[in-house]
Structure formats: C-alpha cells, structure tokens
Design a protein around this ligand. Structure first.
Ligand SMILES: C[S@@+](CC[C@H](N)C(=O)[O-])C[C@H]1O[C@@H](n2cnc3c(N)ncnc32)[C@H](O)[C@@H]1O
Length: 236
C-alpha cells in the first residue's frame, strides 16, 4: 500500500518576492527614517491615534510599488494619515526617499504581506479608505487564484473599512477589472458601487496619474477604476 504524503498547508500569496538590491539612496533613507516611519509587522492590533499622534482619518494602500502615488497623495493631504504596505524592499526604500523629499510625516510604512497586516494589525472599522492600484494581474487562468481580490479578501476589507469609507482599485488589465467587479458585486450587502453606470468610474482626482499610466494612455491602453463604498453593517 502506498503511503499518502501529507503536504504542509500553504497559503496562496498574491506576490512572488523579487530579489532586488537597495540603491545607496534607498539604504540611506532606511537608515535615516525607518525608526520614525517604519512599522514592524507584529500580530497585534495597532493603536492608530497613538501611531500617528492624532485622530485624522487613516487611509491604507496595498502594494504601493515604488510609492510614487502614495507619496504624492500624502503630500497633497497633510490632514490625512496613510499606511503603505509593500513586500518589495527597494520599493519601500524608494518611498522613504520620496517622503523625505516631500517632508511628509503622515505616512507609516510596513514591509509585509498586506493580508496579514489587515488581519492582525488593523482594528475593525478603523479605515477611511483602502487603495489598491494596479495589483499583480496574474494573467494566466491557472494563476487567477493568486489575485488578491477574492471574496474572502473583500470580506476582510469590509471588516476594516468603516461605514461610509471606500475601497478604490485600479487596473490596466480588463479581465482583472471585470473579475474585481464581479467579486465586489457579489458582496452587495457590504459594498455599494459608486459608479453611476454600475461598473467603473473615471479616475478620481485623489489617484495621481503615474508616468507609466500616462504612457499607457497615450498608447491607447485602458485603465479601469472601481470605487465601492462600505455600507453600514447589516444593510442589504
Ligand atoms: C504590479 S505592482 C503595482 C505597484 C504600484 N501600486 C503601482 O501602481 O505602480 C503590484 C505590487 O503589489 C505588491 N504586492 C502584491 N501582493 C502584496 C501583498 N499581499 N502585500 C504587500 N504587497 C503586495 C507587489 O510586491 C508589487 O510591488
């Protein structure tokens, strides 16, 4: 009789950790600013007012890449607090450099899996908004299970976003845009689509246009924005 080998359970993650060396500037930014702006992962709920030293509304960006959009949003809105989460270390370094350049004190940066940070560190109903800009699209069908936007993820967001707060996603991959729309529409008791046409919205002013996106638009590529509002609990 052949013995069945029990494989250890592995969580499906939405990213593959890329290697990447820090530039001198990024290393310097880590050395200078991590103690003040860095947020170490620990499975313990944060005191957000204590973290920022004020009670301003808190917005969270998942997978900020090199942080250009996040730094720009923070620069434009000093009366708002931002938490940025990214697993790619050079991207984190780049954001720290940008925050130094803009003199922003209203951002905290976490280098960890955003799903675990949301699950274990963010208090329920504490966020005014969550941003997910150009998440990894996982083009191949067999990889679609790696896409971060899934029903369980939307339920997690619903727990963390306060009523009246929003979830804003953007993608340049039409199939992922349609997938997100379908998943979010399947949670109509938790989120209301703010699109008057019931699908996508024009880029909201708060999402900065990146160079990459500008180039894509010039080449005629599409971008789809979705903005869903968190309904009061129990609304259907
Ligand atoms: C395609 S890039 C887009 C980056 C950026 N938002 C932009 O618009 O340029 C997606 C980013 O999400 C990050 N990412 C994916 N899953 C993540 C997760 N679970 N937690 C933290 N970061 C994640 C990846 O490391 C990658 O940098």
């Amino acid at each position: 009789m052949t013995q069945e080998i029990q494989k250890p359970h592995r969580t499906i993650r939405s990213y593959v950790l890329r290697q990447g060396r820090l530039t001198k500037g990024q290393q310097r930014a880590f050395d200078l600013h991590w103690a003040q702006l860095g947020l170490e992962y620990q499975p313990q709920q944060l005191d957000l007012a204590g973290l920022f030293g004020n009670t301003n509304p808190v917005f969270l960006e998942i997978g900020f890449g090199n942080g250009e959009s996040l730094a720009e949003m923070a620069r434009r809105s000093p009366g708002k607090n931002f938490i940025g989460i990214e697993v790619h270390t050079p991207g984190v370094g780049h954001l720290l450099m940008k925050l130094e350049e803009y003199g922003c004190q209203n951002v905290r940066v976490c280098r960890h899996d955003a799903v675990e940070v949301l699950q274990h560190m963010i208090p329920d109903a504490s966020l005014a908004g969550v941003f997910l800009f150009f998440p990894d699209p996982w083009h191949k069908k067999r990889h679609h299970k790696r896409r971060i936007v899934q029903a369980r993820f939307v339920e997690l967001l619903a727990r963390k976003i306060r009523p009246g707060g929003f979830f804003h996603a953007a993608t340049d991959w039409q199939n992922y845009a349609e997938h997100m729309l379908e998943v979010l529409q399947g949670q109509a008791q938790l989120f209301r689509n703010t699109s008057p046409s019931g699908d996508f919205v024009a880029r909201p002013e708060h999402r900065p246009l990146t160079k990459f996106e500008e180039r894509g638009l010039r080449l005629g590529h599409g971008v789809w924005d979705l903005v869903f509002e968190r309904l009061p609990t129990g609304t259907s």
